[in-house]
Design a protein around this ligand. Structure first.
Ligand SMILES: *Cc1c(COP(=O)(O)O)cnc(C)c1O
Length: 383
């Protein structure tokens, strides 16, 4: 598809062509483990389903196009995608990562890779810090999550990637929170983008899957090798579900942004709320940067209550009726969560507090319901 095609058109059409066997308009779920060969080694490009599957190929092409990349490599989960990316490194190499990372990403780096000799340093990457003082000669990868989870801090992707390039360090952006509709890290200079497609790409809280996108052929080749060699591949049905979700990404994202913007403004003046973390608010420390780097500000927001105790937060969490108390995010339905005891429980408390994540912080994944109903639900829960 032509490079100038609009996002909505790409979301619906990229990677998808009518099935050559039947003309089926929707990519079929190729639920097979193997493919018939005409003679040994003579086949149609598909030999064994860990190595290739047409449903997966369609999804990989779709997400690669949405990220303005050349290669998409799908994995069984966002963590499996991250795992493959970290395996690009060797023992002795170091990762420089933000200190406000997704809890599972922190756990993978600290508990799986540090003991294997790939150390990570966690620093504040909000805004556009100078990397010179933060990296060592061993730093080979910079791991950027923006907006961050759950404090919605924004890193300047273009500024960080330009510096990293000068230093010969590879950059990875976890684009799960923004989705390619709101932010395109490869266009801003990143080497790799990773997604937990479990979230906005899938969009319906019914599948777990991960995708890596890059323009670098040698990196893609290694990732396809790892996908097959380590084998953390997604099943064809899961690929189908994400492919279906992607087609409405732009519509869902617009509505989620509309709703989140209104809820953020409403919370900001609520007497029981001390602070709202949402990049769309002019009071957000990186609001200007977010406005420059992102199409809109996303469907995620967090807030601190005036009473910053766990108990006060628990009371609110127990009383919402429309917002479901659950981990995860990015689905059509609104979710509410308590990072300190849920998504970020894997991070030691001192480290959590140091990065600004309080015991009472409440996180919302705003869905596509009617905003008046969502606000009414929060209003009664805050009472
Ligand atoms: C959920 C999430 C992940 C992990 O993805 P899974 O699909 O759950 O394995 C990684 N990064 C971010 C920002 C996430 O929200």
């Amino acid at each position: 598809m032509k490079a100038h095609t609009g996002f909505g058109t790409l979301a619906v059409h990229a990677g998808v062509t009518p099935d050559p066997a039947t003309g089926a308009v929707m990519t079929p779920i190729y639920q097979t483990s193997t493919y018939a060969q005409q003679a040994p080694g003579q086949h149609k490009g598909y030999e064994y389903a860990r190595t290739q599957n047409p449903t997966r190929t369609a999804l990989e092409a779709s997400v690669a196009a949405l990220e303005q990349g050349a290669h998409g490599i799908a994995f069984a989960s966002g963590m499996a995608a991250m795992d493959a990316v970290v395996r690009l490194l060797r023992p002795g190499d170091e990762v420089l990562a933000g200190n406000d990372l997704y809890g599972g990403s922190y756990r993978l780096l600290q508990r799986v890779y540090a003991p294997l000799g790939i150390k990570s340093r966690f620093v504040d990457l909000a805004g556009s810090p100078s990397l010179e003082a933060l990296v060592s000669p061993r730093t080979k990868m910079i791991w950027i999550e923006t907006p961050t989870n759950p404090l919605l801090r924004i890193s300047d992707i273009a500024a960080l990637c330009a510096q990293a390039r000068q230093l010969g360090i590879r950059t990875v952006v976890d684009n799960t929170f923004a989705s390619p509709y709101l932010q395109q890290p490869l266009e801003l200079g990143a080497d790799l983008v990773i997604h937990s497609a479990t979230k906005y790409l899938g969009g319906h809280s019914d599948v777990v899957l991960g995708v890596v996108v890059t323009r670098l052929p040698e990196v893609a080749e290694r990732l396809y090798f790892l996908q097959n060699a380590a084998g953390a591949v997604p099943g064809p049905h899961d690929c189908f579900l994400v492919l279906r979700g992607v087609k409405t990404l732009h519509l869902r994202m617009e509505r989620a942004c509309d709703n989140a913007e209104q809820i953020a403004q409403w919370l900001e003046v609520h007497p029981r709320v001390a602070r709202v973390y949402y990049p769309g608010l002019p009071t957000h420390p990186q609001h200007e940067l977010a406005a420059r780097q992102m199409r809109r500000f996303g469907g995620m927001l967090s807030f601190d209550l005036e009473d910053a105790s766990v108990a006060a937060a628990m009371k609110v969490l127990r009383h919402t009726q429309l917002f479901t108390l659950a981990e995860s995010l990015g689905g059509v339905e609104s979710l509410i969560g308590h990072p300190a005891t849920m998504t970020h429980a894997a991070i030691p408390r001192e480290e959590r507090l140091r990065s600004g994540l309080s015991d009472g912080l409440i996180r919302l994944s705003v869905g596509v319901e009617d905003v008046a109903d969502l606000i009414a639900d929060l209003e009664q829960a805050l009472k």
